[in-house]
Design a protein around this ligand. Structure first.
Ligand code: SF4
Length: 253
């Protein structure tokens, strides 16, 4: 997945209105639920949360993680925390120093100024360097608030709400999740990761809990990593083969 595309630096101010939600095709809703039903026992729902970070720290972690392996972004996060025990210290730090601290991640020269600018924007717009207040907002409004910050896209906003201690019902979509959704036909071949977020969320029940949506993201991501590989998907041993047009075409071919 590409680095989250940033808004123009003179971009939009926070939007507090409810987002327009795409109508889900009923057959795709059925398929999304069937995929969830089949993959859950394979990967062991409910899946334990892998992070217990406050939302501001989760935001930093998410910004570090783009196109970077988990081990590398985890090391960079720990290095940042060690150097800047208070995130306010990072906002006041030279960008070269931040870049050197996160040198193990992909594109540190882009991520260092971006992380500093995003944290500065949070402090300026909220009046404090914290995102705990998002807990009081509806999911759509909280995501819009975050995405109005230049450099914060749909995956990052959903990750902050879902993976952090906020534990809010939002659906992140990473590159593995996106690939499985595309190959199984949940989204069209030209739908990119960003625009896939509202489409895939609308296919799942509105009343699903944070854990349900987290499980859905995790099982599709894990399936993409373990079976539906980027280059050579193991369709012959996939539990989704009979409902996957890509897998069936590959098997016929
Ligand atoms: S059948 Fe093949 S292409 Fe379809 S989800 Fe399974 S591994 Fe991926």
């Amino acid at each position: 997945m590409a680095i989250t595309s940033g808004h123009d630096l003179a971009g939009p101010r926070p939007r507090q209105t409810k987002r327009s939600v795409p109508l889900a095709d009923a057959s795709l809703t059925d398929k999304a639920l069937e995929i969830h039903r089949r993959l859950c026992p394979v990967y062991g729902c409910p899946i334990p949360y892998f992070h217990s970070l406050d939302p501001l720290s989760e935001l930093v972690s998410s910004l570090l993680s783009h196109r970077t392996r988990n081990a590398e972004s985890g090391r960079a996060f720990k290095a940042l925390r060690a150097r800047y025990p208070d995130w306010a210290d990072l906002v006041g730090a030279p960008v070269e120093e931040i870049e050197a601290t996160i040198s193990g991640v992909t594109w540190p020269e882009l991520k260092a100024p971006r992380i500093r600018a995003v944290l500065a924007a949070v402090a300026e717009r909220h009046g404090a360097l914290s995102l705990d207040f998002l807990k009081e907002m509806e999911v759509d409004a909280a995501r819009s608030w975050l995405e109005a910050i230049p450099g914060v896209g749909p995956k990052t906003s959903a990750a902050v709400l879902s993976f952090s201690l906020l534990r809010m019902p939002a659906l992140p979509v990473d590159s593995h999740h996106h690939r499985v959704a595309q190959r199984t036909g949940l989204i069209g071949p030209k739908v990119d990761v960003g625009p896939s977020h509202p489409i895939l969320r609308a296919q799942l029940p509105a009343e699903w809990s944070a854990q349900d949506l987290y499980d859905n993201h995790e099982i599709l991501m894990l399936h993409g990593q373990a079976v539906c590989h980027h280059r050579n998907p193991a369709c012959g041993k996939c539990v989704l083969l009979d409902i996957c047009p890509t897998g069936q075409a590959r098997e016929r071919g």
